[in-house]
Design a binder for this molecule. Structure first.
Ligand SMILES: Cc1ncc(COP(=O)(O)O)c(C=O)c1O
Length: 378
């Protein structure tokens, strides 16, 4: 099933064709209002109780768990993908001589922590080259063997949306005893992810793109056997009985249950958390399967239009529905970005691709405006 256009729930002027959710999503109006109410509370801190330090975080944990088919106990609250990947890297035992499998041109937040770990442990990085037929899955499977310690991947490539079959990759990783770490920044919320099916050791997501939420907030889902690890920070709220503010100096070694031990300091963010909660509620009401199906209709339309003007898009069966990269055999003009924004069209240039990433507020007419500019300047 597909959804009707939802532009009314956002605050996007008619002359803005915002096809750039992979860069940063706009907030639904209701989420902005929730955030403004949150900021206002800070002006009146006597309205913020000890219980409030826990209730918003627990709601967010529960909602994110619902989105990915997991349990709230498995969810930690983090500020960024880089933090979530660093947390994962700190909790995966790796031996000298083992290998870490990454993709060519993978987003740096899912590269630097592994380079660092590899250097410290004497491990090697194996970078899977971009396949010309966009079949990342076969290319990754071919690189996983008994030496593999970690497979750290996205669900789709951030530059062009080309898709990986994480269920098959996860199966292979488990068969050789390797851990699977997923950077879901460019997919969770817009492409279905089921932790029961894919069984990642850690899944990392950020709220400011496809979760339609604030900047500086994200989640990590930790598999049940990864919930007794070492947090990056030694903070107070993650400790057992931290609800009892009067007893905080009865220092504890024991933690709150599950992945809560991994939460960042000051995770009870009274301005940002209500925004994330409102947006997660909206996504669950729409349902990720239906968001994905609706957005695929738009990117398939972009794919057809791109072919007509001689561009080389990632084909529908090799990519996610919400993100499409358009490549050209010729170099793009240096002022392409400016030409597009002058026409009120917002996309990203990433690597050698024009990345188009719509959401439920976009229309085919806006895609036509993109093509009008591209046909003129390419
Ligand atoms: C694949 C991917 N991961 C992560 C991020 C963001 O990383 P961080 O939260 O560390 O800034 C982005 C941002 O564009 C991304 O595309």
């Amino acid at each position: 099933m597909t959804l009707v256009n939802q532009r009314d729930l956002f605050e996007i002027p008619d002359d803005v064709a915002y096809l750039n959710c992979a860069y940063m999503s706009p907030l639904p109006r209701a989420s902005r209002e929730a955030g403004e109410a949150g900021v206002a509370r800070k002006s009146q801190p006597w309205t913020i109780s000890a219980a409030d330090f826990f209730s918003g975080s627990e709601s967010a944990r529960e909602l994110f768990a619902n989105l990915v088919g997991g349990d709230a106990d498995g969810v930690a609250i983090v500020p960024s993908a880089s933090y979530g990947i660093a947390l994962s890297a700190a909790n995966i035992p790796l031996r000298s001589g083992q290998a870490i499998v990454l993709l060519e041109d993978q987003f740096p937040s899912n590269v630097y922590p592994w380079r660092d770990l590899a250097a410290r442990m004497g491990a090697t990085i194996i970078t899977v080259q971009r396949p010309s037929d966009f079949d990342w899955t076969s290319a990754v499977l071919a690189q996983i063997d008994e030496r593999t310690g970690v497979v750290a991947l996205p669900h789709c490539h951030w530059t062009d949306g080309s898709l990986l079959d994480l269920r098959r990759i996860g199966e292979r990783a488990r068969a050789v005893g390797a851990a699977l770490v997923i950077d879901g920044a460019q997919s969770v919320g817009a492409h279905p992810f089921d932790v029961g099916e894919i069984q990642p050791d850690f899944l990392v997501a950020v709220t400011y793109k496809w979760l339609l939420g604030p900047y500086s907030l994200g989640f990590v889902y930790a598999a049940p056997h990864r919930r007794a690890g070492i947090p990056l920070e030694a903070n107070w709220i993650t400790r057992e009985d931290s609800e009892d503010f009067a007893g905080l100096v009865d220092y504890r070694d024991a933690f709150q249950p599950g992945a809560r031990r991994y939460d960042m300091g000051e995770r009870s963010n009274f301005a940002l958390m209500p925004v994330a909660v409102a947006s997660l509620r909206q996504l669950l009401a729409w349902r990720v399967e239906e968001i994905a199906a609706t957005l695929r209709g738009l990117t398939d339309y972009v794919e057809a239009g791109a072919r007509r003007i001689g561009l080389d898009p990632v084909p529908s069966d090799r990519r996610v529905g919400h993100l499409i990269g358009l490549r050209s055999s010729a170099a793009f003009p240096a002022d392409l970005s400016k030409q597009l924004t002058d026409a009120g069209v917002y996309v990203s240039l990433r690597g050698s691709a024009i990345r188009v990433s719509p959401h439920l507020y976009n229309t085919r007419e806006e895609c036509d405006r993109l093509f009008a500019v591209l046909a003129r300047v390419l």
